[in-house]
Design a protein around this ligand. Structure first.
Ligand SMILES: Nc1nc2c(ncn2[C@@H]2O[C@H](COP(=O)(O)OP(=O)(O)OP(=O)(O)O)[C@@H](O)[C@H]2O)c(=O)[nH]1
Ligand SMILES: [Mg+2]
Length: 290
């Protein structure tokens, strides 16, 4: 009896230790940013955070163009004077295809590209992350390249996802965009924190390295990771930091959980986007949200 009791007590103690260990390792996107931030990047200061967030929350957000065939996009301001219904593969507002720096979100279907875009321009107090770019649990939801104008200062391009639910034609137009778009300043390649990289991501990474396209990696859904080592293992396994031109790693959580009741990692991503676009951190929108 006594032996059994002692064994149970030992098992209980071991479980407690494991729980404590797990709690110690409970991670946040901010902790991950602190761990992996390179010497070329600094965390936003309090003053920077304020002006950066003001820009993203106060900018008017507008879908400027949308296309299912990038090579059909007008190259310059001489946009055909068609109404949007008349353009077969999407729509382009006349005169606005050029002139602003752009960044693009790439990643597997369902990794959180559209949600990320919404979270960038939505204060934490607002829980709805579907207002601007359509986001859904259904994989393969975004079907075109969608260019969102922020305050007439920059554009963020949402793309259709690749992978099992992706379509070859959509993948082709994304690659055409990447190779041809002069306004493109940086690619953000999104990877799910729980799932890590797969063969499709490797294909894209090869493409980005081969074509010398500047990119950073954003790990999404950090709130779904239970232990830090799960995520660090995904990073180590990928070998991405061994590359000569290793990209920056950023971490975000659009969702919340018991430990973290606020979205995380977005100020740092906003700072990275402004920097990629060559814009100062105290930039103000030319066009404000109503
Ligand atoms: N928990 C959690 N869920 C997230 C996060 N980001 C996105 N999601 C959810 O993931 C699902 C897919 O999000 P989307 O933003 O539509 O993904 P997408 O990459 O745009 O997908 P496609 O358009 O199909 O390529 C939605 O149910 C989101 O609510 C996150 O950081 N945490
Ligand atoms: Mg989408």
């Amino acid at each position: 009896m006594r032996v059994k009791h002692q064994k149970r007590a030992e098992a209980k103690e071991a479980r407690k230790k494991e729980q404590q260990q797990n709690q110690k390792e409970a991670l946040s996107a901010e902790l991950m940013n602190d761990t992996y931030r390179s010497e070329f990047r600094s965390a936003p200061t309090a003053a920077e955070s304020q002006t950066i967030n003001n820009f993203f929350f106060n900018s008017h957000v507008q879908l400027d163009w949308m296309t299912m065939n990038f090579l059909e996009m007008p190259e310059d301001q001489k946009v055909p004077k068609k109404k949007k219904e008349e353009v077969s593969t999407g729509f382009v507002k006349p005169g606005i295809t050029i002139g602003l720096p752009e960044v693009v979100f790439l990643g597997k279907c369902n990794v959180g590209k559209s949600t990320l875009l919404n979270a960038l321009v939505t204060p934490s107090s607002n829980k709805d992350l579907t207002e601007f770019a359509y986001a859904s649990k259904v994989a393969g939801y975004t079907k075109s390249l969608n260019a969102f104008n922020l305050g007439d200062r920059l554009r963020i391009i949402d793309t259709p996802g690749y992978g099992v639910k992706g379509r070859p034609a959509q993948g082709k137009q994304v690659l055409e965009y990447l190779q041809n778009r002069k306004e493109l300043r940086k690619v953000y390649l999104l990877v799910g924190s729980v799932d890590g990289f797969n063969n499709h991501d490797d294909g894209i990474l090869d493409f980005l390295f081969t074509n010398g396209i500047p990119f950073e990696i954003v790990f999404t859904k950090v709130d779904k990771v239970l232990q830090k080592r799960q995520l660090t293992a995904n990073i180590t396994k990928s070998g991405i930091l061994e590359e000569a031109q290793a990209p920056e790693l950023l971490f975000t959580a659009s969702g919340t959980n018991k430990k973290f009741d606020k979205r995380q990692g977005f100020t740092e991503l906003r700072k990275s986007i402004l920097s990629a676009c060559g814009l100062p951190y105290d930039i103000r929108p030319l066009k404000k949200r109503q």
